[in-house]
Design a protein around this ligand. Structure first.
Ligand code: FES
Length: 257
């Protein structure tokens, strides 16, 4: 169920260059699952309608807290990055359909591949997979070392590899180059990141079961702008889907990438 709530900022810190981690407290945390996102009103004063869709990175139901990791690049997210502990933020959510954790079984191995700001939702997903006895391998791609984050957090959960465009951290190249070298053994994969990366993965692992989050293609996040419409592959129920409301996570082979 989608709800709207004024949530309290519990922490806010810059974890990499222009990348912020913010934790918020409130009741709607109870409804959240990995891969879903929230719609945050960044300011009550300047432009009350200015909202930003941001994915959920970490859920702590007992504490009624959840964490987002976002890049402060546009006006909206810059305003958000200036919020202080104790401030209130208007949050709408949780939105969208997330990653199906139940598709991985106990004792199996899941490969999680993230690119840039597509990495955060994989953290909560990995936590939940590990909690049910699924082994996780993380392959995380970033442009450079200075925008990479959460190494300690992912490493605690499973084997973790970093890939950067310039080789400043971990392997140099694309995540798919590293995967070609690693040739990991796994049962299912989950991924979130830029479209070319998702496309390359889907063709590389054609035979495997996989779920892709296309959140990069999102605009308004609430079904109003039509920026997120995507054509589906032949034989699907619908010819088009909306990333924000039908997704952002789809099984591989549903959306034409
Ligand atoms: Fe605007 Fe989907 S993001 S309609």
């Amino acid at each position: 169920m989608i709800r709207q709530e004024r949530m309290t900022v519990v922490s806010q810190r810059e974890i990499a260059k222009d990348i912020f981690e913010m934790t918020l407290q409130g009741q709607i945390v109870q409804e959240m699952s990995p891969g879903q996102f929230v719609h945050i009103r960044v300011s009550d004063l300047l432009e009350p309608l200015l909202r930003r869709p941001i994915s959920i990175a970490n859920i702590q139901k007992e504490a009624e807290e959840f964490t987002i990791i976002y890049r402060a690049q546009g006006r909206g997210t810059k305003v958000l990055s200036q919020k202080q502990v104790g401030d209130e933020v208007d949050v709408l959510g949780p939105l969208g359909n997330g990653f199906p954790v139940e598709e991985a079984r106990e004792g199996e191995t899941a490969l999680l591949v993230g690119g840039g700001i597509g990495v955060p939702p994989l953290y909560e997903l990995s936590k939940q997979l590990n909690a049910k006895g699924v082994r996780t391998i993380h392959v995380l791609g970033f442009q450079t070392e200075e925008v990479a984050f959460y190494e300690e957090e992912f490493t605690k959960l499973g084997e973790t590899y970093y890939v950067t465009d310039d080789g400043s951290k971990g392997f140099k190249g694309f995540v798919t180059d590293l995967l070609n070298e690693l040739n990991p053994d796994f049962n299912i994969f989950y991924s979130c990141g830029p479209l070319p990366m998702l496309r390359a993965l889907a063709s590389m692992y054609e035979e495997k079961k996989g779920y892709l989050s296309l959140e990069e293609r999102m605009g308004c996040g609430i079904g109003a702008c039509f920026a997120c419409i995507c054509k589906t592959e032949e034989g699907q129920e619908k010819d088009y889907v909306k990333i924000c409301s039908d997704g952002p996570v789809f099984e591989k082979g549903v959306v034409k990438l």
